[in-house]
Ligand binder design. Structure first.
Ligand SMILES: C[S@@+](CC[C@H](N)C(=O)[O-])C[C@H]1O[C@@H](n2cnc3c(N)ncnc32)[C@H](O)[C@@H]1O
Length: 470
């Protein structure tokens, strides 16, 4: 009797699993069909049919693409590979080095793969994975035209990657995971195929809060990407559960929904509270690392790094760290306000500070002790500090550097001409007297930027049943 009871439970579980698997398979079939159609259309046709996440069908000249960002300025950009389907610039933030092996998940026609190839150089390797045959055909034709023999496109499902364990230094992906039914499987696979100490940079669409029902449906109609998007917290939680560390949001942009859309679903007073609620659709670029193997390929990698706010008592150690790497200390505020420090076994190994002046800040004293340069401590300090000073109202961070412009470019900083630097920065001691005039000035906006979503009416007009949309 007992045996029969368990058999029944087991049968129910397997039936449920079977239904779930069938649903997931059907969803994948729909995605594959949609992207077969997309692959056979031009970028303009994709835009006009509102498919994917590319620049939209709106005739409005001021219109900024729904989710896509401008790839054309990146080294290695191949126009034929850009079908306007991305929702970020993961490869720009991926910190790829010459010689790296990079995997691009859901590689489409190869947009990110070719940008990655420009960074790995001929001595590296790029593998694109996609399950849509028509996309692979396009991507392979592009690689052949370019004569690249180190860019390969493999057919496969990214929930079960056709790749051996621990082969990739870096993984990138652009607007793909939102389409995958079981995102946990993908993060587990990423963990498996990354080398210890490898990392990923992934752009994707996520939700924050519960969108009003009608609005969610409208958003899905507008951009196919939204339909499989999950809550941002759940997304980041899956990354953590898969075992990744140093999870960092490299970009976090809210997709701006204009009043003309919101007013279809919400009363004026509800729009006001929606605007301040934080609820919405976001395009994120998230970075994370696979920790070094605990079996210790390098014994010193087991060291735990503690990051905390600086206290006045830390002043002497900070001065000696900065001096050891040749950074100025003469103008250092002894109370170390807005400074974050990194410690290994209670020894100071890294620092970063911001001189806050209203809505602008000067990032300074970013230093990591030489033995600890492989732990990405600098990136963690700068990231955490940026979030902290944003809470104080800082919108733009500036920095002056003589040697690290390449590094900061990868962190999203852009060069600015000295005449465009605000007085709050030019009057700082670092700027006016301590750094040589040959030093490069860089800027990054740390405000949460918003991008515009066109009027829904335009969408309904162009999303016809045979347009390939949604
Ligand atoms: C929005 S497009 C992005 C393409 C490319 N990353 C780009 O930015 O141009 C999504 C791509 O992911 C692929 N894709 C979706 N789900 C997949 C899965 N489970 N396994 C492999 N590829 C998948 C689709 O075939 C499509 O080419």
């Amino acid at each position: 009797m007992l045996l029969k009871f368990f058999t029944l439970i087991y049968r129910n579980i397997t039936i449920e699993n079977q239904i779930l698997m069938n649903t997931e398979q059907s969803l994948k079939e729909i995605v594959r069909e949609k992207y077969t159609e997309v692959a056979n259309q031009s970028k303009d046709q994709n835009a006009a049919s509102c498919c994917g996440c590319g620049p939209t069908c709106g005739p409005d000249e001021d219109f900024i693409g729904i989710m896509a960002e401008d790839y054309s300025k990146l080294g290695g950009y191949v126009a034929d590979a850009d079908l306007g389907l991305g929702c970020g610039l993961p490869t720009k933030f991926a910190q790829i080095k010459p010689g790296d092996t990079v995997i691009d998940l859901g590689s489409g026609a190869g947009n990110d793969a070719f940008v990655a190839r420009a960074e790995t150089g001929p001595e590296g390797k790029v593998i694109g994975i996609d399950f849509t045959e028509a996309m692979l055909t396009k991507a392979r034709a592009n690689a052949e035209k370019l004569g690249f023999n180190n860019v390969e496109f493999r057919q496969g499902d990214i929930e079960q990657m056709p790749v051996n364990d621990s082969v990739a230094d870096v993984i990138v992906s652009n607007c793909v995971l939102n389409l995958v039914p079981n995102k946990a499987n993908v993060f587990n696979e990423i963990y498996r195929v990354l080398k210890p100490n490898g990392h990923f940079s992934i752009s994707d669409i996520v939700l924050v809060g519960q969108l009003p029902a009608g609005l969610q449906q409208a958003a899905e109609m507008y951009a196919g990407c939204v339909s499989g998007a999950i809550q941002k917290e759940s997304y980041l939680g899956l990354i953590e559960q898969a075992g990744f560390t140093n999870i960092t949001l490299q970009k976090d942009r809210e997709i701006f929904l204009p009043d003309s859309i919101l007013s279809t679903f919400l009363l004026p007073e509800e729009i006001a509270s929606f605007r301040t609620s934080g609820t919405g659709i976001y395009s994120i670029t998230v970075y994370a690392e696979k920790p070094t193997a605990s079996d210790g390929s390098k014994p010193s990698d087991a060291v735990e790094i503690e990051i905390r706010l600086a206290q006045p008592a830390d002043y002497e150690s900070v001065v000696s760290l900065l001096k050891s790497v040749g950074l100025p200390t003469e103008d250092l505020n002894a109370k170390l306000p807005d400074f974050l420090l990194a410690f290994a076994n209670e020894k100071l190994v890294g620092s970063a500070g911001v001189e806050v002046n209203g809505t602008v800040g000067l990032l300074r004293s970013v230093a990591v002790q030489e033995d600890f340069r492989n732990y990405k401590i600098g990136g963690r300090l700068v990231n955490d500090l940026s979030k902290q000073v944003r809470l104080k109202g800082v919108k733009d961070l500036y920095l002056i550097t003589t040697t690290a412009d390449g590094y900061f470019e990868k962190q999203g900083y852009e060069r600015v001409e000295r005449e465009n630097v605000p007085a709050e920065i030019t009057q700082s001691q670092q700027f006016s007297s301590l750094c040589p005039s040959s030093a490069v000035v860089m800027k990054k906006s740390i405000e949460k930027p918003k991008i515009k979503l066109s009027d829904l009416e335009q969408v309904s007009a162009c999303c016809t049943p045979n347009s390939g949309c949604c």
